[in-house]
Structure formats: structure tokens, C-alpha cells
Design a protein around this ligand. Structure first.
Ligand code: 26V
Length: 820
């Protein structure tokens, strides 16, 4: 057994029961009769894990012994994984066996599912995308490893107190984390601070030596990433910070025991908490520490442990491509330079030639304020050697620019990695672009705007470096697991192959004209609505009305996403009902569900949350509404809730100002689950509309060039208020304090911003939005045709599988091999 093949327990109910009881008795140390639900959940998770273990070892063994292949090193500060149990059961084809085994033990497996706290190690789209991508890499059998941080506290738990957001820490590990396997003996040191000096080596050459002031250890936690029923199990390696002995030894020696223990906590703070801001970098030192911590540990880990012992760093470009998920891991570029120069003694030119081939950069934004910059002063203090290397990279780059563009000093300054104003700082997106083989945007429109706007100078200099990879979502989690009824209908109709080959959904196109299929499709939706109703009753005590159009807007709260525009629509619907302008019995009953967390320091976002809750309270309790309108805002929207909510939706709200949402991925999940989209010409909405057809999509609003034009000529939101009586009534109703117990003060910053600032042009798109929503209501009146449109949305959006995204990355950027 020691060296031979590792064997999983047999796939039988008996064997599963045996393995489960073994875990319960000898892992948790309790007999079944005295076990808690948490004991049972942990034992079940470990049982499933033990089935995956053989595949994991086998995948690693094959990678070691096969002719060494180039690997992808996916570097991301966030992985918004969601619950693991069902995905592991699906991958191993153990769902039925485990369910029966639990029945045999007198356990309801659903109770155990509920016990799992989802690892929320991400903020939103970027983190969830990373989670979908590792699922697809494993499913395609792409040779890859993913690296990140094992935050002790993930994205905060959102609660509402008096309609306002209150954050609570997310202690996701407190009940035990059965999915991570720690290897304390494989830890990696990571250093910070100190100084750099010149010394002369034995060969008489001058070199630079970094003497760090302090360091921490990076502890390895391995998580299994199972491919879909293909026997592959890849690794997600998350790092946790631990104090080193040397770090506090001198303090212990000085006899100050308490101070030494305190110092230990300081080191361990690095992996303590996920930063909850996802658009405006705060420039916090701890955040830079986190970035360097995980990237330095990952690169060292890859070179020292993943590569064979006799490996030559000159071969790195044939062995690895590090994909940078936004700028968060970009410090890896000077880190690899440092390793090659200082630890492997390469000359600058050779080190740079290697480094430039080892990285590729994905940009996930268009908002200028979201681009990360780090003050030079901070960099010099925390990472003096890296700062020196960045200066040198920039020197060479700027010299090249002056040659290419003689006399164009303005351009040189625009492109420089170092900015001079308002503070000397490092522009991480520029560093990433200069050092990467490829730079990609995340949807067709976004990649174009990246070239034309954010990185325009760079795309003029290196046009071939820029490419697009449109985002995708994993059909395993977001269709197969989250929508079992729709999945069954699809499999009964076209077979099961779609789960790993989502283009096959196209075979459903013809069924849009099949009345029997349409009826079954409607039954699925009705079932999913009942399911979400039950979830929200027990989760939040929210009782959704029945028979409504379910209109859903779920995403982080941001001004550019325009939850405020949705709110104006709701207030307009409400105003029509209570003013007697429409007869309640003639309107399509509608329920609007919001889900949104605001960054704790984002004041305007928090005001919007308060107002949504206030409007919900008023609308839901006004008898004049006569059950035609309902607003629900369940707190703490997360992956687990998304899995229940999205399959129930009729209408998907994707209403960002054109040119602001890089892609969106929720939009894809809704379409694939049979919701129609009301949306602007933005991000991946553009591609969704192209695929499903104009007639199956509710488009409204300005295009990006129209936005640019309006802004150029000067946008005055007040003019729209003056001109549009319907808009005016909605804003006046809010401003009057109608929704806030008579308080005008409570809404004054929200209203004031809309009327005098409205940075994202909500008022300019209001009329078009209302008109499009009126079309939605009319269309929903013809249920049979609505089903037709919804089916076509499902059938034509197979393109948005993250398997396709990963194939695009492989073809356009990584050039690694696939197959198990
Ligand atoms: C930025 C920052 C700034 C510093 C503090 C921590 C932090 C954490 C995350 C971010 C990333 C913001 C960018 C982002 O999430 N972009 C979203 O990426 C999605 C996947 O590509 C895409 O669908 C969304 O449109 C885009 O907003």
C-alpha cells in the first residue's frame, strides 16, 4: 500500500456508510447516537474527501511522472467558492449513494448541507470568476495550480438594523474546515522591510543584497478542486500567515513574554481578513503585505516544490505561465526578477527576458479610481529591493518610449510605471502591462474600451499584446446543482452531455416551439419559485407573494451598477398604484428582490441600502398596493443564496451605465437559468443580446459613445427632473420623507446626489428604463411567448460556460495542454 496505487473506497452504499461511521467515530470521536449535526456534516465531508483523495494523488503523480508540461499558475487574491459538499458529491458521482447512506443512518442529508458555512473568500464578480475558472481548469484537465490567501475571515456577514447595513465578522472556520489539508512542515518564509546594500561577489561583480527586517511563514493549505466526473483533482493552495521563531525570538529573549505573543499576532494579521472594498483601493499597508505574502509564497513554492530538484530557472517560460487576476498579484513581477537576479545570479537582461514571458494580466475594471497604485514611500519601506527593481524596469521602459516617441514627453509621463502626481506612486496596471505576454479584458466591449481608453497608449505601442477573453460561469454549480429541475428537463430532452459541453444547449432551440416543452419549462420555474419562497421564509422570515413576476437585482452595491435606477422604477410603479393613475387589478403583479453588500466605508452605497429597505417597508405595508408590488431585500446575499434565487427569477436586472461594467457574470447565470434580461449595452450584456437575439432581450439606455458625448457637453441631471413629470413625482415622493417616516433628512444625501451629481447618469436613462419595463409587463402577460423567449435564452447562451473561457485562455494566452 505504501507506494502502490491509492484506492478509493468502493462506490456502494454499504462502503459509504462504513467510511462515514469510521469518520464519525474515529475522526469526530462520537458514536452516531450522540453525534451533533455538525459532527455528522464534518464526517460526511471527510468521507467524500477520502473518495477524492485517490484521484488527487493520482493527478499529482501523473503530473510528476509524465513528460513535464507547462503549467498555469493562477494567482488571485480572492476565491468566492461557495459550499463545497454538493460539488464534491457531483464530481465523484456519489450524490445518490451518499443520500441513501445517510438515510440508512437515519440522517436527512439536507440538514447536513445546511450546516456548511460557505468559504466567502472573495468580494463579488472577480472572486467568483476565479472559483468558476478553477472548476473549469480541472474539468478540462488543464495542467494548473491556483494560489491565494486563506483568510480567517471572509466577506463580512451583512445584517440590517433599522434598515441600515451592519457588518459582522465572517468566522467561516469556527465550526471546523474539513476541506483544507494543511502541511505545516512545508511552510515557506516571506520577508519584509529592511534595507538593500551593494556587495562584491567572489567573481568581482557587484551585486545587491536585501537584508529584510522581519518575516513570516506561509503555511500551506491545500484544497481539492475536482473536475466534473473525469477523475482529475487539481489543487487550490491557500496560504496562512504564521509568526516565525526568529521574528519574535529577540523579544522572548528580552523576557517580555506578553510582548512577544503580541508580536506573533501582528504577523498572523496578514491572512486575518479579506478587504471588503472591491472598487476603490484604500492604499492600506496591510493590503500590500497580503499581496506580497501570497505571491512570494506561491512563486517560491512553484519553483522549489512543484518543479523537479535539478530544474534550471532559465527554463521557467517553458514550465509556467502565471495568470494575474487583476493587479492584486502584480508584485510577483519584481519578485520573480529578485529571485532570478539575487538568488540565481542572472544578469538583468536575461532575468527580464525570462520574467516577461512568465506573466499574463487580466484587467477587470474600467473605473479609473479602481486602478491600484501604491505610494513609493510605502513600497520603499515594505519592499525596498522590489522598489529598486521597479525603478530599473521603469528606467528601461521610459528610455524605450523616448526612442519610440521622441519629443512626446506627455505620453512618456502618461505611460510611466511611476506616477508623480498627486503622490509618487507605482501604477500596478502599467507594471503588469509592461511585463506581460498578454493583457486581456473580460468581455468583448470591455476589451475594446481597454484598448481605446484605460490602456490606450499601451495598445498603440503593443497592439498584439491585447486580447479578449469573455468571462463565463461553471454550468456544474450554476445549472446542474442549483437548478436540478431544469437540468433534468434538459437531460431528458437532449441527453446529459451538456454539463461538460454547454454548446449542446443549442439543441434546445427547436423545443421553444414545442408547447409541451414550454409547459414543462414553466413548471420548472414555478417549482423554483416555490423553493425560493420556502428558503426566504426560513432564512429571513420573508414571505414572497405567489404568482408574481420575479424581478431580481443581485450584485455588489455600486453607484455605477445603478441600484438607484431600479429604486426609481419601483417608486414609479408604487406611485402609479397609490395615485389611482392605474387600476391595481390591471397591472402585472411584480416582486422585486435585491441582494447587495456595500463596502463598509462606502457612504453613498449604504444610503442606497437604507432607502431600498425603507421603500420595501412602505410598499409592502401599503394596502393601496393591493398585492401588486412587493419588495424583498434578504440580507447577506452570497453564493448559497444565489444558487436558490437565480433559478427562480423571471427577469434579470443588468442596468449599469454603458461602459462601466467590465463584464458581469450574474447576467450569464440568469440567462442560463431561463430569466430574460433587461439591460444596457454594457459588458457581456452585449454578447448575451447578440446570441439570444434582440427580440429576446429588453435593451434600453444610452450606448457608451452616447454617454461620452453627453458627459463631454456637460450633464445636468436637474434638467431631466424638470422635464419628466413621472421622474419628478418619484423623486419628490422620496424627498418628501414618504418612505422614511416623514424624515427628509434621512434621504437628503441620496436625493441631493441624484439631482446635482448623478455621476452614473441614472436620470438620463430613467425614461428609457421605464419604457422598457412597461414592455416587460406587456410581454409577461403572454406567458406562452415569455416561455418561448426564456427557452431561447437558455438554448443560445451555452457560450458562457467557463469551460469556453478557459479554452480561450489556453488558445490565446497559456498554450498549455489539456486532457486527463
Ligand atoms: C479591487 C480591489 C481594490 C483594492 C481592495 C480590494 C479589491 C478587491 C477586488 C477588486 C476588484 C474589482 C474589480 C472587479 O471585481 N471587477 C469585476 O470583475 C468581474 C469578473 O471579471 C466582472 O464580471 C465585473 O464586471 C467586474 O466589475
Amino acid at each position: 500500500l505504501a507506494n502502490g496505487p491509492v484506492i478509493s473506497p468502493p462506490h456502494t452504499v454499504d462502503a459509504f456508510v462504513k467510511a462515514f461511521l469510521h469518520e464519525l467515530n474515529f475522526g469526530q470521536g462520537v458514536p452516531l447516537s450522540r453525534s451533533s449535526v455538525n459532527d455528522q456534516y464534518l464526517a460526511l465531508a471527510r468521507t467524500v474527501r477520502s473518495y477524492l483523495m485517490a484521484r488527487w494523488l493520482e493527478t499529482a503523480r501523473r503530473r510528476r511522472t509524465d513528460k513535464p508540461a507547462k503549467m498555469v499558475g493562477y494567482l488571485s487574491a480572492e476565491y468566492l467558492l461557495g459550499r463545497q459538499l454538493d460539488n464534491a458529491l457531483l464530481a465523484t458521482e456519489l450524490t445518490d449513494i451518499a443520500t441513501e447512506a445517510m438515510v440508512a443512518c437515519g440522517i436527512e442529508i439536507d440538514d447536513l448541507r445546511q450546516q456548511e458555512v460557505e468559504p466567502g473568500l472573495g468580494n463579488g464578480g472577480l472572486g467568483r470568476l476565479a472559483a468558476c475558472f478553477i472548476d473549469s481548469m480541472a474539468t478540462l484537465g488543464a495542467s494548473s495550480i491556483a494560489y491565494g490567501i486563506r483568510y480567517e475571515y471572509g466577506i463580512f456577514q451583512q445584517t440590517f438594523v433599522d434598515n441600515r447595513q451592519v457588518e459582522k465578522p465572517d468566522a467561516w472556520l469556527s465550526m471546523g474546515g474539513p476541506w483544507g489539508v494543511v502541511h505545516p512542515e512545508m511552510e515557506v518564509p516571506v520577508n519584509f522591510g529592511g534595507h538593500v546594500e551593494t556587495y562584491v561577489g567572489e567573481d568581482g561583480r557587484e551585486r545587491r543584497r536585501w537584508t529584510p527586517a522581519w518575516g513570516v511563514m506561509a503555511l500551506r493549505y491545500n484544497y481539492m478542486v475536482p473536475g466534473y466526473q473525469n477523475g482529475v483533482v487539481n489543487t487550490l493552495r491557500l496560504w496562512r500567515a504564521r509568526a516565525t521563531e526568529s521574528f519574535d525570538l529577540h523579544i522572548f529573549n528580552a523576557g517580555d513574554y506578553a510582548e512577544a505573543v503580541r508580536a506573533q499576532t501582528f504577523a498572523e494579521n496578514i491572512s486575518k481578513v479579506l478587504y471588503p472594498e472591491d472598487s476603490t483601493p484604500q492604499g492600506k499597508e496591510l493590503r500590500l503585505q497580503q499581496q506580497y505574502f501570497f505571491v512570494a509564497a506561491s512563486i517560491k513554492d512553484f519553483i522549489q516544490h512543484t518543479m523537479p530538484k535539478d530544474f534550471d530557472v532559465r527554463d521557467l517560460p517553458e514550465r509556467i505561465i502565471f495568470q494575474l487576476n487583476d493587479t492584486h498579484p502584480v508584485i510577483g513581477i519584481p519578485e520573480l526578477m529578485r529571485i532570478l537576479l539575487d538568488e540565481h545570479d542572472l544578469e538583468w537582461e536575461e532575468a527580464w527576458a525570462i520574467t516577461k514571458q512568465c506573466f499574463a494580466y487580466t484587467c477587470h475594471t474600467l473605473l479609473p479610481e479602481a486602478l491600484e497604485v501604491w505610494p513609493v514611500s510605502l513600497m520603499e519601506r515594505l519592499l525596498p529591493r522590489h522598489m529598486e527593481i521597479i525603478y530599473r524596469i521603469n528606467e528601461d521602459f521610459v528610455a524605450e518610449l523616448r526612442e519610440t516617441y521622441p519629443g512626446d514627453e506627455l505620453r512618456v509621463r502618461r505611460m510611466s510605471i511611476i506616477a508623480d502626481h498627486p503622490e509618487r506612486s507605482v501604477r500596478m496596471a502599467h507594471l503588469a502591462t509592461v511585463a506581460s505576454v498578454k493583457v486581456n479584458g473580460v468581455a468583448a466591449l470591455h476589451s475594446e474600451l481597454l484598448k481605446e481608453k484605460v490602456l490606450n497608449d499601451f495598445s498603440e505601442l503593443w497592439p498584439e499584446r491585447f486580447t479578449n477573453v469573455t468571462n463565463g460561469v461553471t454550468p456544474r454549480r450554476f445549472i446542474k446543482l442549483s437548478n436540478p429541475e431544469q437540468s433534468k428537463l434538459i437531460s431528458d430532452t437532449i441527453g446529459k452531455g451538456w454539463v461538460a459541453n454547454l454548446d449542446r444547449l443549442e439543441e434546445l432551440v427547436g423545443y421553444a416551439d414545442d408547447a409541451d416543452f414550454r409547459e414543462k419549462f414553466r413548471a420548472v420555474k414555478a417549482h423554483n419559485k416555490t423553493r425560493i419562497r420556502n428558503v426566504l421564509v426560513s432564512r429571513d422570515g420573508i414571505a414572497l407573494p405567489e404568482g408574481h413576476l420575479l424581478d431580481v437585482m443581485v450584485k455588489r452595491l455600486h453607484e455605477y451598477k445603478r441600484q438607484s435606477l431600479k429604486l426609481l422604477h419601483i417608486v414609479t410603479l408604487y406611485d402609479r398604484l397609490i395615485s389611482g393613475e392605474v387600476e391595481p387589478s390591471t397591472v402585472t403583479p411584480r416582486t422585486v428582490v435585491f441582494g447587495a453588500k456595500a463596502a463598509p466605508g462606502y457612504a453613498m452605497a449604504k444610503e442606497t441600502i437604507f432607502l431600498i429597505n425603507s421603500v420595501a417597508q412602505t410598499v409592502n405595508n401599503d394596502p393601496r398596493v393591493d398585492g401588486r408590488l412587493f419588495v424583498a431585500f434578504p440580507p447577506n446575499y452570497n453564493v448559497t443564496l444565489a444558487e436558490k434565487l437565480i433559478p427562480a427569477a423571471d427577469l434579470s436586472e443588468q442596468i449599469s451605465l454603458a461602459g462601466k461594467e467590465a463584464s458581469g457574470t450574474g447576467n450569464m447565470k440568469f440567462a442560463l437559468n431561463g430569466a430574460l434580461t433587461i439591460g444596457t449595452d454594457d459588458g457581456a450584456n452585449v454578447e448575451i443580446r447578440q446570441l439570444v437575439g434582440d427580440e429576446n432581450f429588453f435593451l434600453f439606455g444610452m450606448t457608451e459613445p452616447e454617454v461620452a458625448e453627453l458627459q463631454a457637453k456637460g450633464y445636468r441631471p436637474g434638467e431631466y427632473y424638470e422635464r419628466d413629470p413621472q421622474l419628478r413625482r418619484a423623486i419628490d415622493l422620496i424627498a418628501s420623507g414618504h418612505f422614511t417616516k416623514g424624515s427628509r433628512d434621512a434621504v437628503s444625501s441620496f436625493v441631493g446626489d441624484l439631482l446635482y451629481n448623478d455621476r452614473f447618469l441614472a436620470l438620463a436613462d430613467y425614461a428609457a428604463y421605464i419604457e422598457a419595463q412597461d414592455k416587460v409587463e406587456a410581454a409577461y402577460g403572454d406567458q406562452d411567448n415569455w416561455s418561448r423567449m426564456a427557452i431561447l435564452n437558455v438554448a443560445r447562451t451555452g457560450f458562457f460556460s467557463s469551460d469556453r473561457s478557459i479554452r480561450d485562455y489556453i488558445d490565446r494566452i497559456w498554450h498549455v495542454k489539456t486532457g486527463v
